[in-house]
Design a protein around this ligand. Structure first.
Ligand code: SF4
Length: 385
């Protein structure tokens, strides 16, 4: 029998199934659609793996990226630069470990089996370093949508439990350093935990919850983790959770308690996600012929486009229309587009002094977001005053 690509009790989904055990089996009934962001992440990981494995063999990375990567549709120079930041950080960690322990075990894209704690559980560690003093686990996150923190990150902790199971009896390490590197959002985030604390968490929380999750039982529990649950569209608990924000409908925010405000904020993001999911699902079903009471399909706002650009230009020229009346100057590409074409390093060398950084608007995010806290100009002013 071939092994499934993903474990039912996956490390990446552990926040969800540890919070809502029945979601593990419920998710199985919904298709797992691969997104472009996921394919982009897979390619970035493959490039990182290529260079790190090359480094371990040759002690340098002076080799051009092979065509098998470059020819991929989602590849661009900026990706290579971002991945290189990750590769350089990993090389530093590898060399530090080797300077402490020459026999350190180093593995790239290592399969980590944590089935001792969660039945049939396994995942992949992007970089795993095991020494007699400590363990280091590094995870590359190429996504830029949600910043992921390593602090109390259950995915990293599941990997840590797997390392303890499989290597704890051979090595004397007593701490595990877990690092997430997210070059396009948040940068580096790390947390160190003792083996003792991780085992305590594994025994008291993971084991009993994983048993419920494997059997598809336990209590449904909705929260931010529902955003990544395939069952969320049809989950009653999730819809109740999102819609319960309506209980604050008639309260002026001025008169809400701090707890009520925090509770409402917690539910707003899932509510927006839920509303979009409902609209997308209803439309895709309607396009397949399904009807919804009180709704009908209509054509959206139409747009016009030239059917043959060369023919349009030629006809305008023949009509003696001045070219300045129908042609426009090419525009400079956006910073993001140009970074993709030139690569991050070339862009930086050529243009860094011509880029003005406009401070981002303050945004309220959860306390576990890895970005540093915002210092408002008002606060600075108060301090100076
Ligand atoms: S949507 Fe949320 S509450 Fe519903 S099954 Fe998934 S994780 Fe559980």
């Amino acid at each position: 029998m071939t092994e499934p690509a993903h474990a039912l009790l996956s490390a990446s989904g552990s926040k969800r199934w540890l919070s809502c055990p029945p979601s593990a089996r419920l998710e199985e009934t919904y298709p797992d659609k691969e997104t472009a962001a996921a394919r982009e992440g897979t390619l970035a990981h493959a490039i990182g793996e290529f260079y790190l494995k090359y480094y371990l063999k040759h002690s340098h990375t002076n080799i051009a990226l092979p065509k098998q990567f470059k020819n991929q549709e989602l590849y661009n120079k900026a990706m290579l630069d971002y991945v290189f930041e990750y590769v350089e950080m990993c090389i530093e960690k590898i060399n530090t470990a080797l300077s402490i322990d020459k026999t350190a075990y180093i593995a790239i894209e290592e399969k980590i089996d944590y089935s001792e704690w969660a039945k049939e559980g396994f995942g992949t560690g992007d970089l795993v370093i095991i020494t007699d003093k400590y363990v280091e686990i590094v995870d590359l996150k190429y996504g830029k949508g949600v910043a992921v923190s390593a602090v109390d990150n259950t995915q990293m902790q599941m990997y840590a439990l797997g390392i303890i199971s499989n290597f704890g009896f051979m090595y004397d390490f007593d701490t595990i350093q877990m690092t997430i590197f997210q070059p396009r959002n948040g940068g580096i985030s790390s947390q160190e935990k003792s083996v003792k604390d991780l085992i305590k968490w594994g025994e008291n929380i993971v084991k009993p919850t994983a048993e419920l999750a494997y059997d598809g039982i336990g209590e449904f529990n909705a929260g931010k983790w529902c955003l990544f649950c395939r069952a969320s569209l049809r989950c009653k608990k999730y819809s109740e959770y999102c819609l319960s924000v309506a209980k604050y409908d008639f309260i002026d925010p001025e008169f809400m308690s701090d707890e009520e405000m925090a509770d409402a904020l917690n539910r707003i993001e899932p509510l927006i996600h839920y509303a979009k999911q409902i609209k997308d699902y209803a439309l895709s079903e309607a396009l397949q012929g399904r009807t919804w009471p009180g709704y009908k399909l209509v054509e959206g706002k139409s747009s016009r486009k030239y059917s043959d650009i060369d023919a349009v230009i030629s006809r305008l020229q023949k009509a003696n229309i001045d070219s300045s009346d129908f042609m426009k100057e090419p525009e400079l590409k956006s910073i993001t587009e140009l970074t993709k074409v030139l690569g991050k390093k070339t862009f930086s060398v050529l243009l860094d002094d011509l880029i003005t950084k406009i401070a981002g608007k303050p945004t309220l995010v959860g306390i576990d977001d890895p970005r540093p806290e915002y210092n408002s100009p008002e606060n600075d002013f108060e301090i100076l005053d």
